[in-house]
Design a binder for this molecule. Sequence first.
Ligand code: GLC
Length: 656
Amino acid sequence: MTDASHTPLPALLDLATERLLAAGQADRDADLLRLRLERYGPELLAGLAPLYGPTAGGRPWLGRLIDLLVARHAERPEALRLLDARRALQPDWLLSPRQLGYVCYVDRYAGTLGALTERLDHLEELGVTYLHLMPLLAPRPGDSDGGYAVADYRAVDPALGTAEELEALAGALRERGISLCIDLVLNHVAREHAWAAAARAGDPRYQGYFWLFEDREQPDRYEQTLPEVFPAFAPGNFTLDETLGRWVWTTFNTFQWDLNWSNPEVFLEFADLILYWANRGVEVLRLDAIAFTIKRLGTDCQNQPEVHALVQALRAMARIAAPALAFKAEAIVGPQQLIHYLGSGEHHGRVSDLAYHNSLMVQTWSALAARRADLMTHALAAFPDKPRSCAWATYVRCHDDIGWAVTDEDAAALGLDGPAHRRFLADYYAGAFPGSHARGDLFQDNPLTGDRRSCGTTASLAGLELGLRRGDEKLISLSIERVLLAHAIALSFGGVPLLYMGDEIGLLNDHGYRDDPERRGDNRWMHRPTMDWEAVARREVPGTPQARIYDGLRRLIQARKRTPQLHAAEPARIVDLRQPRVFCFVRPHPEGDLLALFNVTEQAQTAQLPELGQQVDRISGRVVQPHDGSLLTLAPYERLWLVTVGAGAQRAWRHV
Ligand code: GLC
């Protein structure tokens, strides 16, 4: 890392003292701010240096940053200062097994923010402690990539409500023990955003916020190594803006303008926005598409080392003025890159508090399709350990497609051909592979690269749609077991499990988007169905698929909450049972380890375990006794969270 000693901490503290005095702040809160600056200032400077040079943006710029921290800290409401204190007492709050996340669209769940406030009982009944509301800031008109093209970061989409209503909702959620998470889209803004509008009107200050090129020379050079995110509906990474007569960097859609993070003004703008929402009660920010923020010629412009310096600087900044705020990295990247988003090397424990475990999600679906867990075992065993202070966001499905991120190397280690296995998965989940029970669809089929991704709700991918259509009871039952198995993995692997709206009642694909001209082109909308409250009511009708899924999930959630082994500090240790159909890991714990076992097939499977003794399954409460001392038979799709009866830790497991 570049030496940041040109701007030593004492200079930063002097600046802060000067500014605090100028602002007339000389009380305990001012002392607190200075203490936090002492604690996080070095991390802030070390993060800024690789981005903006050894003087970290220069003294006048740092002065403006300090002014901002002082002002926003002074504005922080009392209730949130209390939250800051609470989080300082429990820095591992996100790692607790009590955490349960839920992800929904405001309009699809309830209509508006006001109406959502009336629908919180459902979340509380499930045990939700963390609510991610999908993009809700004012989007551009028309197609907005599901709200990921933001036109105004300080306003809520008027169709959903107001910033004041969001603040009130955050307060209501906090009273129920639920933390609010929203998206912070920081790779790009909508072409209609005021910064882009000013740039288009010729303002050089705002032109410096973007990547603009006079001709195709530079874009063509970048394109040589850039992949395409949406090759089918937004090919290429640059768009000619007719008004400017220049090429604009647009990684995603043509209307999403990439920001130039090498400009320190962009950092100041976002520092302000982050604190604006933190002070309105947002507790977690999802850093959307964070991997793309730093560009470098000759690379794929993802996962550049400065991305991690940037997150470190943003987090340190937030820890100083609004310390309760946490960050969740959305980096859907390869296994080798992912760990850095939780912090490795000099950034260990200093970047995001959470990061999506895309590989766990992909490997779960791969195991269910192939009826083999050995690839999953192999791939996940090779994952480097995460820092103890942060955790994964685990999930079965989300609003995006599933990209089949199985590496050629991992596939080859199991005798599989990487491209063929990925093709198989895409075909399987599109229902195109012989015998497939899944009813999904292909996403961004790219004949040039062979890349094909998948869409579909959890239940439809697991076979419930086909089962119901055929009236096939066996298939319905198996699909429900698959849904529960996948969730049992996400709920016990370690981290905050994120339930996707409607999965708790097995919502099927929704093809309504095809009638909507703004959504027609993007089939990710098929797995973003509207909440069906009548189906929610059927969770109380025994025997319905809704009741079976809901009850099964609730049992898992409640078991999770009372199982201390599922605290996320200590990572899951993958165990290779040499039984390719059973996925297994240990959650080491001083009170006795937990052994998690998952049969990923519809046949019973027997696994040979070292001497085990009597076990209790935390999910069912059942006592489990291996036969012949070491053989355990798992029913089709059975999942077990085993702990030893009585005292005594299963330390032997750690060395299997
Ligand atoms: C993230 C979002 C995705 C969106 C993209 C561009 O990956 O999850 O839905 O299309 O960012 O903002």
